[in-house]
Ligand binder design. Structure first.
Ligand SMILES: [Fe+2]
Length: 277
């Protein structure tokens, strides 16, 4: 009886069909899983790197999105009227400083590079970072005038009629962590500016170790020549302050904080962090 039942069961086509489907599914389930990139989801999209990342030597300093051109070098317009920074710098000084002094650095750089088409295609930053690659007969001219062009281009940007007051953003925290307080930082910065004998600049930089540091430089040297990133700098050449302050450089250094553009300083501090990474 049981044998007859089994034989009848095996003769049912529907059972053969269902058994086949079951077997196929079992075989598929036992296959090793193949992971494809299409099946991976990530929380944030990662851009595909199609070009070689810019090296530190190629990264811009004067502007966020481009290096300072020497093909030819051009005087950037002041981002505000000559009399906009009266809280610290008078209109006559601003006009002479920008229209005459900065213009002369630009002109002298272009004259030095006139017969050097290869150098004209390099940025000002690139030349200053590798001065030994500049022909000896124009090296000092490029150093002084390329530096003068770079330094002043930064200088106009880090001042603003709406500037002054306490630092804001991440740079405020970093200044407190590094120097103890904003007042302690200002004191140290002003002292470094006063200590620079003759002409030069005082800077807040991020050094190659990634730390904030106050340095001063002679003449028109820029901290990128030593591998540091200039976050903010004050011009302590007499041409920057003599009309109003005469020999009182310390008074100029104190008043200058009334026009510091902390938004731009923060942007540059952020760029300096990326420069290190
Ligand atoms: Fe200057």
């Amino acid at each position: 009886m049981l044998k007859t039942w089994k034989i009848n069961l095996l003769r049912q086509p529907i059972l053969w069909f269902l058994s086949g489907i079951l077997l196929v599914n079992l075989l598929i389930a036992c296959q090793p899983q193949q992971v494809t990139t299409d099946s991976i989801t990530t929380p944030t999209a990662t851009p595909i790197q199609t070009t070689t990342p810019a090296t530190v030597q190629e990264r811009p300093v004067a502007y966020p999105d481009r290096q300072l051109s020497a093909n030819p070098a051009q005087l950037p317009p002041l981002p505000y009227p000559n009399n906009a920074l009266e809280k610290a710098i008078d209109a006559n000084t601003m006009q002479l400083h920008h229209d005459r002094h900065h213009q002369s650095y630009v002109d002298n750089l272009n004259n030095a590079l006139k017969q050097q088409p290869d150098l004209q295609s390099r940025s000002v930053e690139a030349m200053l970072r590798d001065l030994n690659s500049i022909p000896e007969d124009i090296r000092t001219t490029v150093r002084n005038n390329g530096g003068g062009h770079l330094n002043h281009t930064i200088f106009w940007q880090i001042m603003s009629p709406q500037g002054g007051g306490q630092p804001t953003g991440e740079i405020a925290q970093e200044i407190n962590q590094t120097f103890g307080s904003f007042d302690a930082f200002k004191k140290q910065f002003n002292e470094a500016g006063s200590d620079r004998f003759g002409s030069g600049w005082v800077w807040l930089v991020r050094n190659p170790q990634g730390q904030l540091q106050i340095v001063n430089t002679a003449n028109q040297d820029n901290p990128i020549m030593e591998g540091s990133y200039p976050i903010m700098g004050n011009d302590v050449w007499e041409h920057a302050y003599y009309l109003r302050y005469q020999n009182r450089r310390a008074d100029y250094l104190n008043n200058w904080w009334n026009v510091v553009n902390w938004n731009e300083v923060n942007r540059r501090a952020q760029a300096s962090r990326q420069q290190q990474s």
